[in-house]
Design a protein around this ligand. Structure first.
Ligand SMILES: [Cu+2]
Length: 258
């Protein structure tokens, strides 16, 4: 039986950049827990200390307590640290520079639709065949132009994504219809997918396994079914898989003999 990598806590992080994001989430949650418990104790203290009782009158003057100023400035300083010291460095490190050519990134186009993820691999020549919406059909979900020689070895997958570990992956995201959002929890990746735009997102896997890709943007009635399998493989295994792929984009897909 397949043991699920998902439990009650975070899914495992199998991306190169994910540890920084997880650290920020941890820090924010601990900070919120301290604030929540601290305020709770303060409220209970006030309820008892300032309860209505004979011989005591409410005061409508602001107390000249220094502690509240210190607390407010403390929270402000911490929030600036959170933003400038933690979030911005992690985010800019991850998002400013796409993988360099010498890192040998692999580019894959992602075409989202209600309610599926289509993946377009360039095939052995490393070049994408031309696509256009007018070629879209039930057997050509990415709208590949089959008269284009570059399209002959292209691979198109529906709701299945195969990738090697230890190699930067660049997804080029677009959508046929409405706004979707590609969500790969184990990669700590979530990016809106907008029709009419091509948005890149990149990540590198550090572990193999079978995981899930979901849609994080409510995109219609069957949004919840917009789930794709993610297979992270050893580089050698992935090469083997690539070789076994018959071009599914360039030509009519043939039925395998049973
Ligand atoms: Cu969606």
């Amino acid at each position: 039986m397949d043991t699920s990598p998902y439990g009650w806590w975070f899914p495992p992080n199998i991306s190169m950049h994910g540890a920084g994001i997880d650290r920020i989430i941890d820090v924010v949650h601990w900070f919120m827990a301290v604030l929540f418990v601290g305020w709770g104790i303060f409220f209970v203290y006030c309820l008892i200390k300032f309860r209505a009782r004979p011989g005591h009158q409410a005061s409508y003057q602001l107390p000249k307590a220094k502690i509240s100023k210190v607390a407010e400035v403390g929270v402000l300083v911490f929030e600036v640290f959170l933003l400038v010291g933690l979030s911005m460095p992690v985010w800019s490190k991850y998002r400013n520079d796409p993988p360099k050519a010498e890192e040998n990134p692999m580019e894959i186009r992602v075409v989202a639709e209600q309610f599926a993820w289509n993946f377009h691999y360039p095939g052995a020549d490393g070049k994408f065949g031309r696509t256009h919406p007018r070629f879209m059909a039930a057997d050509n979900l990415i709208g590949l132009d089959r008269s284009d020689p570059l399209a002959a070895d292209d691979i198109a997958l529906n709701n299945k994504f195969y990738m090697p570990k230890d190699r930067p992956i660049v997804l080029r995201l677009t959508s046929k219809d409405v706004i979707h959002s590609i969500w790969i929890p184990v990669m700590r990746v979530k990016q809106d997918v907008i029709p009419g735009m091509e948005i890149p997102v990149w990540f590198t896997a550090t572990q193999t396994g079978h995981y899930q890709i979901g849609c994080a943007q409510l995109c219609g009635n069957n949004h919840f079914t917009m789930i794709s399998d993610l297979f992270v493989q050893e580089p050698e295994e992935f090469r083997q898989w690539q070789l076994e792929q018959k071009s599914s984009g360039g030509e009519e897909e043939e039925e395998e003999d049973a």
